[in-house]
Design a protein around this ligand. Structure first.
Ligand code: GLU
Length: 490
Protein backbone atom coordinates (compact mmCIF):
# COMPACT_ATOMS: atom_id res chain seq x y z
CA UNK A 1 0.00 0.00 0.00
CA UNK A 2 1.54 3.31 -0.95
CA UNK A 3 1.08 6.19 1.42
CA UNK A 4 0.26 9.73 0.38
CA UNK A 5 3.50 11.64 -0.07
CA UNK A 6 4.14 13.84 2.94
CA UNK A 7 7.61 15.20 3.54
CA UNK A 8 8.96 17.77 5.93
CA UNK A 9 11.78 20.14 6.69
CA UNK A 10 12.37 20.40 10.41
CA UNK A 11 14.93 23.07 11.25
CA UNK A 12 15.96 24.00 14.76
CA UNK A 13 15.91 27.80 15.06
CA UNK A 14 19.17 27.87 17.00
CA UNK A 15 21.17 29.75 14.39
CA UNK A 16 21.09 31.04 10.86
CA UNK A 17 20.13 28.57 8.17
CA UNK A 18 23.34 27.17 6.78
CA UNK A 19 23.75 27.10 3.00
CA UNK A 20 24.00 23.31 3.21
CA UNK A 21 20.98 23.19 5.49
CA UNK A 22 18.84 24.72 2.79
CA UNK A 23 19.49 21.75 0.53
CA UNK A 24 17.27 19.22 2.33
CA UNK A 25 14.53 21.85 2.33
CA UNK A 26 14.88 22.24 -1.42
CA UNK A 27 14.99 18.51 -2.17
CA UNK A 28 12.00 17.77 0.07
CA UNK A 29 10.03 20.56 -1.53
CA UNK A 30 10.94 19.42 -5.05
CA UNK A 31 10.07 15.84 -4.15
CA UNK A 32 6.65 16.81 -2.82
CA UNK A 33 5.90 18.84 -5.90
CA UNK A 34 7.09 16.11 -8.24
CA UNK A 35 4.82 13.59 -6.57
CA UNK A 36 1.87 15.86 -5.89
CA UNK A 37 2.44 15.50 -2.17
CA UNK A 38 2.62 17.80 0.81
CA UNK A 39 5.74 19.60 1.98
CA UNK A 40 5.47 20.82 5.54
CA UNK A 41 7.62 22.88 7.80
CA UNK A 42 8.06 22.03 11.43
CA UNK A 43 10.05 24.24 13.75
CA UNK A 44 12.01 22.13 16.21
CA UNK A 45 12.30 24.70 18.94
CA UNK A 46 12.52 22.43 21.95
CA UNK A 47 15.79 23.89 23.16
CA UNK A 48 14.52 27.08 24.82
CA UNK A 49 18.01 28.36 25.56
CA UNK A 50 19.24 28.25 22.00
CA UNK A 51 16.05 28.76 19.99
CA UNK A 52 14.99 32.28 19.09
CA UNK A 53 12.06 33.80 17.24
CA UNK A 54 14.53 35.85 15.20
CA UNK A 55 16.26 32.79 13.85
CA UNK A 56 12.92 31.20 13.15
CA UNK A 57 11.70 34.17 11.12
CA UNK A 58 15.01 34.36 9.30
CA UNK A 59 14.74 30.69 8.31
CA UNK A 60 11.21 31.18 6.98
CA UNK A 61 12.32 34.29 5.15
CA UNK A 62 15.32 32.54 3.62
CA UNK A 63 13.21 29.65 2.36
CA UNK A 64 10.70 32.03 0.81
CA UNK A 65 13.53 33.90 -0.83
CA UNK A 66 14.56 30.66 -2.52
CA UNK A 67 10.98 30.22 -3.71
CA UNK A 68 10.30 27.28 -1.40
CA UNK A 69 6.73 27.20 -0.09
CA UNK A 70 5.08 24.87 2.37
CA UNK A 71 1.46 23.77 2.53
CA UNK A 72 1.54 23.23 6.28
CA UNK A 73 3.64 25.07 8.78
CA UNK A 74 3.82 27.40 11.76
CA UNK A 75 2.63 30.44 9.83
CA UNK A 76 0.03 28.80 7.61
CA UNK A 77 -1.30 26.15 10.00
CA UNK A 78 -2.66 22.84 8.78
CA UNK A 79 -4.42 19.68 9.90
CA UNK A 80 -1.59 18.65 12.21
CA UNK A 81 -1.04 21.95 14.00
CA UNK A 82 0.76 23.09 16.03
CA UNK A 83 3.90 23.06 13.88
CA UNK A 84 6.12 24.39 16.63
CA UNK A 85 7.55 21.36 18.33
CA UNK A 86 7.65 23.14 21.68
CA UNK A 87 3.85 23.39 21.60
CA UNK A 88 3.46 19.66 21.21
CA UNK A 89 5.12 18.72 24.48
CA UNK A 90 1.96 17.43 26.19
CA UNK A 91 1.47 15.05 23.30
CA UNK A 92 5.10 13.92 23.60
CA UNK A 93 4.66 13.25 27.30
CA UNK A 94 1.51 11.30 26.64
CA UNK A 95 3.34 9.19 24.05
CA UNK A 96 6.11 8.55 26.57
CA UNK A 97 3.55 7.30 29.09
CA UNK A 98 2.12 4.99 26.44
CA UNK A 99 5.49 3.44 25.82
CA UNK A 100 6.08 3.01 29.56
CA UNK A 101 2.70 1.33 29.93
CA UNK A 102 3.63 -1.04 27.11
CA UNK A 103 6.82 -1.87 28.94
CA UNK A 104 8.94 -0.41 26.15
CA UNK A 105 10.44 2.29 28.35
CA UNK A 106 11.61 2.30 31.95
CA UNK A 107 12.60 4.84 34.61
CA UNK A 108 16.32 5.12 35.24
CA UNK A 109 17.45 6.41 38.64
CA UNK A 110 21.17 6.32 37.94
CA UNK A 111 22.90 9.47 39.09
CA UNK A 112 25.06 11.55 36.83
CA UNK A 113 28.08 10.41 38.86
CA UNK A 114 27.32 6.76 38.26
CA UNK A 115 26.90 7.35 34.54
CA UNK A 116 30.18 9.23 34.35
CA UNK A 117 31.94 6.49 36.23
CA UNK A 118 30.43 3.90 33.92
CA UNK A 119 31.62 5.81 30.87
CA UNK A 120 35.15 6.06 32.30
CA UNK A 121 35.21 2.37 33.13
CA UNK A 122 34.06 1.47 29.65
CA UNK A 123 36.64 3.72 28.12
CA UNK A 124 39.47 2.32 30.21
CA UNK A 125 38.41 -1.23 29.34
CA UNK A 126 37.99 -0.20 25.69
CA UNK A 127 34.41 -1.43 25.85
CA UNK A 128 31.53 -0.11 23.84
CA UNK A 129 30.15 3.05 25.41
CA UNK A 130 26.56 3.16 26.55
CA UNK A 131 24.16 2.56 29.38
CA UNK A 132 24.55 -0.88 31.01
CA UNK A 133 20.84 -1.41 31.74
CA UNK A 134 21.13 -1.42 35.53
CA UNK A 135 17.68 0.09 36.12
CA UNK A 136 16.09 -2.08 33.45
CA UNK A 137 16.66 -4.98 35.83
CA UNK A 138 14.82 -3.40 38.79
CA UNK A 139 11.60 -5.16 39.78
CA UNK A 140 8.37 -3.33 39.19
CA UNK A 141 7.56 -2.89 42.87
CA UNK A 142 10.86 -1.15 43.59
CA UNK A 143 10.38 1.05 40.58
CA UNK A 144 6.87 2.02 41.66
CA UNK A 145 8.05 2.84 45.18
CA UNK A 146 10.97 4.96 44.04
CA UNK A 147 8.85 6.85 41.55
CA UNK A 148 6.14 7.41 44.16
CA UNK A 149 8.78 8.71 46.57
CA UNK A 150 9.65 11.35 43.99
CA UNK A 151 13.14 10.09 43.26
CA UNK A 152 14.55 11.90 40.20
CA UNK A 153 14.73 9.73 37.13
CA UNK A 154 14.94 9.75 33.38
CA UNK A 155 12.94 7.55 31.08
CA UNK A 156 14.94 5.20 28.88
CA UNK A 157 13.88 3.32 25.82
CA UNK A 158 14.17 -0.44 26.29
CA UNK A 159 15.96 -1.60 23.18
CA UNK A 160 14.81 -5.12 22.26
CA UNK A 161 17.13 -7.95 21.24
CA UNK A 162 17.69 -8.75 17.59
CA UNK A 163 18.61 -6.80 14.53
CA UNK A 164 16.82 -4.07 12.64
CA UNK A 165 16.74 -3.19 9.00
CA UNK A 166 15.61 -0.21 7.04
CA UNK A 167 16.05 1.01 3.52
CA UNK A 168 17.78 4.23 2.67
CA UNK A 169 17.04 5.55 -0.80
CA UNK A 170 20.53 6.88 -1.20
CA UNK A 171 22.61 4.36 0.72
CA UNK A 172 20.60 1.23 0.02
CA UNK A 173 19.68 -1.48 2.55
CA UNK A 174 20.82 -0.71 6.10
CA UNK A 175 21.04 -3.15 8.97
CA UNK A 176 22.21 -2.83 12.55
CA UNK A 177 22.37 -5.10 15.57
CA UNK A 178 20.10 -3.79 18.30
CA UNK A 179 22.69 -4.42 20.99
CA UNK A 180 24.76 -1.70 19.35
CA UNK A 181 22.08 0.80 20.34
CA UNK A 182 22.07 1.66 24.03
CA UNK A 183 18.92 2.13 26.08
CA UNK A 184 18.83 5.82 25.29
CA UNK A 185 17.15 8.56 27.29
CA UNK A 186 13.72 9.45 25.90
CA UNK A 187 12.70 11.84 28.66
CA UNK A 188 15.16 13.81 30.78
CA UNK A 189 14.87 14.03 34.55
CA UNK A 190 13.33 17.51 34.18
CA UNK A 191 10.46 15.94 32.24
CA UNK A 192 11.56 17.20 28.84
CA UNK A 193 11.65 14.65 26.04
CA UNK A 194 14.77 14.38 23.87
CA UNK A 195 15.20 14.99 20.14
CA UNK A 196 15.14 11.36 18.99
CA UNK A 197 11.89 10.82 20.81
CA UNK A 198 9.97 13.92 19.81
CA UNK A 199 11.05 13.81 16.20
CA UNK A 200 9.52 10.35 15.85
CA UNK A 201 6.34 11.31 17.74
CA UNK A 202 5.82 14.26 15.42
CA UNK A 203 6.72 12.43 12.22
CA UNK A 204 4.20 9.70 13.11
CA UNK A 205 1.49 12.22 14.02
CA UNK A 206 2.13 14.28 10.90
CA UNK A 207 2.05 11.12 8.78
CA UNK A 208 5.41 11.74 7.21
CA UNK A 209 6.02 9.20 4.44
CA UNK A 210 9.65 9.97 3.67
CA UNK A 211 12.35 11.50 5.83
CA UNK A 212 14.99 13.17 3.72
CA UNK A 213 17.68 14.93 5.71
CA UNK A 214 21.43 15.37 6.02
CA UNK A 215 23.73 12.45 6.55
CA UNK A 216 24.69 13.80 9.96
CA UNK A 217 21.40 12.36 11.23
CA UNK A 218 22.20 8.82 10.09
CA UNK A 219 23.54 7.96 13.54
CA UNK A 220 20.11 8.77 15.01
CA UNK A 221 18.13 6.67 12.57
CA UNK A 222 18.55 3.28 14.36
CA UNK A 223 17.14 4.73 17.57
CA UNK A 224 14.28 6.26 15.66
CA UNK A 225 13.49 3.13 13.65
CA UNK A 226 13.26 1.10 16.87
CA UNK A 227 10.81 3.64 18.20
CA UNK A 228 8.53 3.34 15.15
CA UNK A 229 8.46 -0.39 15.71
CA UNK A 230 7.71 0.05 19.42
CA UNK A 231 4.76 2.29 18.59
CA UNK A 232 3.60 -0.16 15.95
CA UNK A 233 3.72 2.69 13.43
CA UNK A 234 4.45 2.32 9.72
CA UNK A 235 8.09 3.05 9.04
CA UNK A 236 8.64 6.02 6.74
CA UNK A 237 11.11 5.84 3.90
CA UNK A 238 14.52 7.34 4.56
CA UNK A 239 17.03 9.23 2.45
CA UNK A 240 20.19 10.68 3.96
CA UNK A 241 21.82 13.31 1.78
CA UNK A 242 25.59 13.23 1.48
CA UNK A 243 27.62 15.90 3.22
CA UNK A 244 28.76 18.92 1.30
CA UNK A 245 32.55 19.06 1.12
CA UNK A 246 34.89 21.90 0.28
CA UNK A 247 37.01 21.81 -2.88
CA UNK A 248 39.74 20.44 -0.61
CA UNK A 249 37.46 17.39 -0.12
CA UNK A 250 37.31 18.16 3.59
CA UNK A 251 34.35 19.16 5.67
CA UNK A 252 33.13 22.59 4.56
CA UNK A 253 34.95 25.35 6.41
CA UNK A 254 34.63 29.11 6.54
CA UNK A 255 37.33 29.35 3.90
CA UNK A 256 35.63 26.96 1.50
CA UNK A 257 32.27 28.71 1.63
CA UNK A 258 30.70 27.43 4.82
CA UNK A 259 28.33 30.18 5.74
CA UNK A 260 24.66 30.92 6.06
CA UNK A 261 22.09 31.26 3.33
CA UNK A 262 21.60 34.83 4.57
CA UNK A 263 25.24 35.63 3.83
CA UNK A 264 24.86 34.58 0.21
CA UNK A 265 21.71 36.65 0.01
CA UNK A 266 23.50 39.67 1.48
CA UNK A 267 26.33 39.25 -1.02
CA UNK A 268 23.78 39.49 -3.80
CA UNK A 269 23.60 35.97 -5.20
CA UNK A 270 20.46 35.57 -7.32
CA UNK A 271 18.16 33.14 -5.49
CA UNK A 272 17.61 31.21 -8.73
CA UNK A 273 21.36 30.59 -8.91
CA UNK A 274 21.43 29.45 -5.29
CA UNK A 275 18.65 26.94 -5.98
CA UNK A 276 20.36 25.72 -9.13
CA UNK A 277 23.71 25.41 -7.42
CA UNK A 278 22.34 23.62 -4.35
CA UNK A 279 20.64 21.12 -6.63
CA UNK A 280 23.98 20.28 -8.18
CA UNK A 281 25.27 19.37 -4.74
CA UNK A 282 24.74 15.65 -4.95
CA UNK A 283 22.26 15.58 -7.77
CA UNK A 284 22.43 16.34 -11.46
CA UNK A 285 20.06 16.78 -14.30
CA UNK A 286 20.74 14.22 -17.04
CA UNK A 287 23.94 14.68 -18.98
CA UNK A 288 26.10 17.63 -18.18
CA UNK A 289 23.47 20.37 -18.17
CA UNK A 290 24.38 22.65 -15.31
CA UNK A 291 22.02 25.55 -15.66
CA UNK A 292 18.46 24.52 -15.15
CA UNK A 293 15.31 26.03 -13.76
CA UNK A 294 13.33 25.14 -10.69
CA UNK A 295 10.65 23.73 -12.99
CA UNK A 296 13.20 21.41 -14.54
CA UNK A 297 14.30 20.35 -11.08
CA UNK A 298 10.75 19.59 -10.05
CA UNK A 299 10.02 17.71 -13.27
CA UNK A 300 13.11 15.55 -12.98
CA UNK A 301 13.99 15.13 -9.33
CA UNK A 302 14.50 11.49 -8.34
CA UNK A 303 16.06 10.52 -5.06
CA UNK A 304 17.72 7.53 -6.64
CA UNK A 305 19.80 9.96 -8.69
CA UNK A 306 21.27 11.56 -5.58
CA UNK A 307 24.91 10.71 -5.28
CA UNK A 308 26.16 8.72 -2.32
CA UNK A 309 29.57 10.36 -2.33
CA UNK A 310 30.01 13.77 -0.70
CA UNK A 311 29.08 16.70 -2.87
CA UNK A 312 31.81 19.21 -3.65
CA UNK A 313 30.92 22.81 -2.92
CA UNK A 314 32.99 24.89 -5.30
CA UNK A 315 32.58 28.56 -4.46
CA UNK A 316 34.22 29.68 -7.74
CA UNK A 317 31.71 27.68 -9.68
CA UNK A 318 28.96 29.13 -7.52
CA UNK A 319 30.10 32.64 -8.46
CA UNK A 320 30.28 31.70 -12.12
CA UNK A 321 26.75 30.38 -11.96
CA UNK A 322 25.48 33.49 -10.19
CA UNK A 323 27.02 35.61 -12.97
CA UNK A 324 25.46 33.39 -15.58
CA UNK A 325 22.02 34.03 -14.09
CA UNK A 326 22.61 37.77 -14.04
CA UNK A 327 23.77 37.79 -17.66
CA UNK A 328 20.66 35.91 -18.76
CA UNK A 329 18.29 38.13 -16.81
CA UNK A 330 16.59 41.36 -17.94
CA UNK A 331 18.20 44.73 -17.24
CA UNK A 332 15.06 45.77 -15.36
CA UNK A 333 15.22 42.94 -12.91
CA UNK A 334 18.97 43.12 -12.41
CA UNK A 335 18.63 46.86 -11.74
CA UNK A 336 15.86 46.24 -9.25
CA UNK A 337 17.90 43.65 -7.42
CA UNK A 338 21.11 45.69 -7.51
CA UNK A 339 19.36 48.75 -6.10
CA UNK A 340 19.48 47.76 -2.40
CA UNK A 341 23.21 47.06 -2.71
CA UNK A 342 23.83 50.48 -4.20
CA UNK A 343 21.84 52.09 -1.40
CA UNK A 344 23.64 50.05 1.25
CA UNK A 345 27.00 51.09 -0.21
CA UNK A 346 25.89 54.70 0.18
CA UNK A 347 26.19 55.53 -3.51
CA UNK A 348 22.56 56.54 -4.00
CA UNK A 349 19.54 56.97 -1.82
CA UNK A 350 16.27 55.20 -2.55
CA UNK A 351 14.78 58.56 -3.66
CA UNK A 352 17.75 59.14 -5.94
CA UNK A 353 17.21 55.79 -7.51
CA UNK A 354 13.54 56.42 -8.05
CA UNK A 355 14.28 59.80 -9.63
CA UNK A 356 17.01 58.51 -11.92
CA UNK A 357 15.63 55.08 -12.77
CA UNK A 358 16.47 55.29 -16.49
CA UNK A 359 19.97 56.45 -15.80
CA UNK A 360 20.51 53.66 -13.28
CA UNK A 361 19.17 51.03 -15.69
CA UNK A 362 21.61 52.32 -18.24
CA UNK A 363 24.46 51.98 -15.72
CA UNK A 364 23.38 48.43 -14.94
CA UNK A 365 23.04 47.50 -18.60
CA UNK A 366 26.73 48.26 -19.09
CA UNK A 367 27.85 46.17 -16.11
CA UNK A 368 25.43 43.30 -16.35
CA UNK A 369 27.82 41.13 -18.35
CA UNK A 370 30.61 41.60 -15.86
CA UNK A 371 29.16 41.31 -12.38
CA UNK A 372 28.72 37.89 -10.80
CA UNK A 373 26.60 39.04 -7.88
CA UNK A 374 24.43 42.11 -7.34
CA UNK A 375 26.78 42.99 -4.52
CA UNK A 376 29.68 43.41 -6.96
CA UNK A 377 28.01 46.33 -8.69
CA UNK A 378 28.72 49.16 -6.20
CA UNK A 379 32.51 48.78 -6.36
CA UNK A 380 32.38 48.74 -10.15
CA UNK A 381 30.33 51.91 -10.47
CA UNK A 382 31.65 53.88 -7.54
CA UNK A 383 33.67 55.99 -9.99
CA UNK A 384 30.42 57.51 -11.23
CA UNK A 385 29.70 58.93 -7.80
CA UNK A 386 33.01 60.11 -6.38
CA UNK A 387 33.96 63.76 -6.57
CA UNK A 388 35.99 64.34 -9.75
CA UNK A 389 39.03 65.39 -7.70
CA UNK A 390 38.85 62.20 -5.66
CA UNK A 391 38.64 59.72 -8.52
CA UNK A 392 41.11 56.92 -7.83
CA UNK A 393 43.23 55.81 -10.76
CA UNK A 394 43.74 52.08 -10.64
CA UNK A 395 47.32 50.93 -11.03
CA UNK A 396 46.69 49.21 -14.36
CA UNK A 397 44.65 52.08 -15.73
CA UNK A 398 47.34 54.60 -14.90
CA UNK A 399 50.10 52.40 -16.27
CA UNK A 400 48.21 52.01 -19.55
CA UNK A 401 47.69 55.76 -19.79
CA UNK A 402 51.29 56.65 -19.02
CA UNK A 403 52.53 54.30 -21.71
CA UNK A 404 51.69 57.00 -24.25
CA UNK A 405 54.10 59.94 -24.39
CA UNK A 406 51.52 62.07 -26.20
CA UNK A 407 48.83 61.51 -23.55
CA UNK A 408 48.61 65.11 -22.35
CA UNK A 409 48.29 66.70 -25.77
CA UNK A 410 45.83 63.99 -26.78
CA UNK A 411 43.68 64.62 -23.71
CA UNK A 412 43.75 68.33 -24.27
CA UNK A 413 42.83 68.13 -27.97
CA UNK A 414 40.15 65.53 -27.31
CA UNK A 415 38.66 67.64 -24.56
CA UNK A 416 38.31 70.61 -26.88
CA UNK A 417 36.77 68.43 -29.57
CA UNK A 418 34.43 66.68 -27.14
CA UNK A 419 33.17 69.91 -25.65
CA UNK A 420 31.75 70.89 -29.03
CA UNK A 421 30.33 67.45 -29.65
CA UNK A 422 28.59 67.29 -26.29
CA UNK A 423 27.09 70.72 -26.77
CA UNK A 424 25.60 69.44 -30.03
CA UNK A 425 24.13 66.36 -28.35
CA UNK A 426 24.26 62.82 -29.73
CA UNK A 427 24.35 59.27 -28.53
CA UNK A 428 27.32 57.04 -27.76
CA UNK A 429 27.39 55.62 -31.28
CA UNK A 430 27.61 59.11 -32.79
CA UNK A 431 30.40 60.04 -30.38
CA UNK A 432 32.27 56.85 -31.20
CA UNK A 433 32.02 57.55 -34.93
CA UNK A 434 33.10 61.14 -34.46
CA UNK A 435 36.02 60.09 -32.29
CA UNK A 436 37.26 57.75 -35.03
CA UNK A 437 37.48 60.70 -37.33
CA UNK A 438 39.22 62.73 -34.65
CA UNK A 439 41.69 59.89 -34.21
CA UNK A 440 42.47 59.78 -37.92
CA UNK A 441 42.93 63.51 -38.10
CA UNK A 442 45.24 63.49 -35.09
CA UNK A 443 47.07 60.41 -36.43
CA UNK A 444 46.46 58.49 -33.21
CA UNK A 445 46.34 54.77 -32.67
CA UNK A 446 43.24 53.63 -30.78
CA UNK A 447 45.04 52.87 -27.46
CA UNK A 448 46.73 56.24 -27.59
CA UNK A 449 43.35 57.84 -27.32
CA UNK A 450 41.32 55.34 -25.34
CA UNK A 451 43.75 54.36 -22.61
CA UNK A 452 44.38 57.86 -21.23
CA UNK A 453 40.69 58.55 -21.69
CA UNK A 454 39.58 55.50 -19.75
CA UNK A 455 41.95 56.30 -16.91
CA UNK A 456 40.79 59.92 -16.81
CA UNK A 457 37.10 59.08 -16.73
CA UNK A 458 36.73 55.95 -14.65
CA UNK A 459 40.16 55.14 -13.29
CA UNK A 460 39.51 51.55 -14.39
CA UNK A 461 41.56 49.65 -16.96
CA UNK A 462 38.45 47.90 -18.19
CA UNK A 463 34.73 48.45 -18.02
CA UNK A 464 31.94 49.70 -20.19
CA UNK A 465 32.54 51.41 -23.48
CA UNK A 466 34.22 54.79 -22.95
CA UNK A 467 31.56 56.68 -24.89
CA UNK A 468 28.85 55.15 -22.73
CA UNK A 469 30.83 56.26 -19.69
CA UNK A 470 30.92 59.80 -21.08
CA UNK A 471 27.14 59.84 -21.32
CA UNK A 472 26.71 58.32 -17.87
CA UNK A 473 28.97 60.97 -16.35
CA UNK A 474 27.42 63.84 -18.29
CA UNK A 475 29.21 66.69 -20.04
CA UNK A 476 30.28 68.71 -17.04
CA UNK A 477 31.92 65.91 -15.09
CA UNK A 478 33.49 64.38 -18.17
CA UNK A 479 35.16 67.65 -19.14
CA UNK A 480 36.29 68.29 -15.59
CA UNK A 481 37.85 64.84 -15.36
CA UNK A 482 39.69 65.33 -18.64
CA UNK A 483 41.04 68.60 -17.33
CA UNK A 484 42.15 67.03 -14.05
CA UNK A 485 43.82 64.16 -15.88
CA UNK A 486 46.05 66.56 -17.74
CA UNK A 487 47.54 67.50 -14.38
CA UNK A 488 47.41 64.10 -12.76
CA UNK A 489 48.99 62.22 -15.67
CA UNK A 490 51.73 64.81 -16.24
N1 GLU B 1 15.81 19.55 13.91
C1 GLU B 1 16.80 18.75 13.30
C2 GLU B 1 17.93 19.63 12.82
O1 GLU B 1 17.74 20.82 12.64
C3 GLU B 1 16.31 17.99 12.10
C4 GLU B 1 15.68 16.74 12.48
C5 GLU B 1 15.39 15.84 11.32
O2 GLU B 1 15.41 16.25 10.16
O3 GLU B 1 15.10 14.68 11.62
O4 GLU B 1 19.01 19.15 12.60
Amino acid sequence: MTRPVRVRFAPSPTGKLHIGGARPALFNWAYARRHGGVFLLRIEDTDPERSTKEYELAILDGLRWLGIHWQEGPDVGGPHAPYHQSQRIERHKQRARELSAMGRAYPCFCSRERLEELAQRQEAAKERQGYDGLCRRLDSQTVAQRVAAGEPHTLRFAVPAGATEFHDHIRGPMRFENHEVEDWVMVRSDGNPTYNFVVVCDDIDMQISLIMRGEEHLINTPKQVLLYHAFGAALPEFAHLPLMLGTDKKKLSKRTGDTSLQDYRDKGFPPEAVVNFLCLQGWALSGSQEIFSVEELVANFEIKDVNKAGAVFDIEKFLWMAGEYIRRDSVERVAERCAPHVVRAGLMSAEDLAGRADWFRSVVSHEKERIRTYGELPARIEYLFVADEKLVYGEDAEKNARRHANRLTTLSAFRAWLELQLAAGGDAAALREGAKQFQTEQKLKTPELLQPLRCALSGHASGPDTFEVILLLGAQRTLRRLELAQERLA
